[in-house]
Design a protein around this ligand. Structure first.
Ligand SMILES: Nc1ncnc2c1ncn2[C@@H]1O[C@H](COP(=O)(O)OP(=O)(O)OP(=O)(O)O)[C@@H](O)[C@H]1O
Length: 286
């Protein structure tokens, strides 16, 4: 049973090994209702693998996790969705041939169910439910400024709006935990700013828990209450955006260092660092 004081997500010592590679190990995280947590780290750090573990795509080889108090280990992906975890993907997944509104309608949870008879004979009950679904879909699209595009085919939306529609679809499943995998990828600064506004709105309005993977540091730093940093599958830091931006281990991981001088004075062992990332880390925290 749901308890307002218990976390929406609790992960303890979660991990997975592929052959000899520990893609994620000893992953611990607690997310409460209404919290937005960032999960960051360099390429290959294990972020998407965490999402795959939480959504039942991968079975953990160590540890456990709970959604709103229910143990989720070993659940299939459809059971995870029913339990209340929804995700978006790095590559957009929409029904491109359907309209914007239809994309939301097909994602609605099972609170809308037809009786066969009412659907065949188009009874007043059937039309009432049709109207309710339509209004609910438009309401959801309004959050993303997509209501005017309800009848547009999803394939014809510009990229940034397709990304927003994907989030609207995830919300339509009536979830408790929303996993966003690089929602700002490929967006221009205006679209990113708009997305930031939408993420804040859905957190405030729906009071759900959100876990966000994002390479755009200014976005992460401005929306997340806490940030957890992975490197080589391990958590190297966890804290407020400001703490993370000033954490030398995090900066070092993003720089691909160690670009510390070696004891023998040879400092030429690593690839060129990317100072822009560290700069964004610090600037984003302001
Ligand atoms: N199914 C798999 N089989 C073998 N190795 C895998 C599998 N899935 C992920 N990995 C490995 O696990 C590690 C973590 O990958 P993951 O995709 O989670 O990183 P990431 O932090 O999401 O990276 P990026 O930011 O580039 O998306 C990588 O070394 C990857 O090659």
């Amino acid at each position: 049973m749901s308890d307002a004081t218990q976390p929406i997500l609790k992960a303890e010592h979660l991990g997975i090994t592929f052959g000899g590679l520990k893609a994620v190990s000893n992953f611990n995280m607690t997310i409460n209702k209404g919290e937005l947590i960032g999960l960051i780290g360099p390429n290959g750090a294990g972020k998407t693998t965490v999402f795959n573990l939480l959504t039942g795509v991968y079975k953990p080889t160590e540890g456990e996790f709970w959604l709103d108090g229910t143990r989720m280990n070993g659940k299939k992906t459809y059971q995870v969705v029913r339990a209340g975890i929804a995700r978006t993907f790095q590559n957009i997944r929409l029904f491109k041939q359907l309209t914007v509104e239809e994309n939301v309608l097909v994602a609605f949870d099972e609170s809308f169910t037809y009786h066969m008879g009412s659907a065949i004979f188009r009874t007043p009950g059937f039309w009432k439910q049709e109207n309710e679904m339509h209004e609910k879909a438009i309401d959801l699209l309004r959050i993303f400024n997509l209501e005017g595009l309800a009848t547009t085919q999803a394939a014809n939306l510009p990229y940034g709006q397709q990304r927003k529609l994907e989030i609207a679809r995830a919300l339509a499943t009536g979830m408790k935990l929303l996993l966003l995998d690089e929602p700002a990828a490929g967006m221009n600064p205006t679209e990113t700013e708009d997305l930031l506004h939408c993420i804040n709105t859905i957190r405030d309005r729906f009071g759900i828990a959100i876990l966000l993977i994002e390479h755009d540091m200014s976005l992460v730093m401005s929306v997340c209450q806490r940030i957890q940093v992975l490197d080589y599958g391990r958590t190297i830091a966890s804290g407020t955006p400001e703490e993370i931006a000033n954490n030398p281990q995090v900066i070092s991981a993003y720089l691909g260092s160690d670009n510390n001088d070696d004891a023998d004075g040879d400092s030429t062992t690593k690839a060129e660092p990317e100072p822009s990332i560290a700069k964004t880390l610090t600037e984003g925290a302001r």
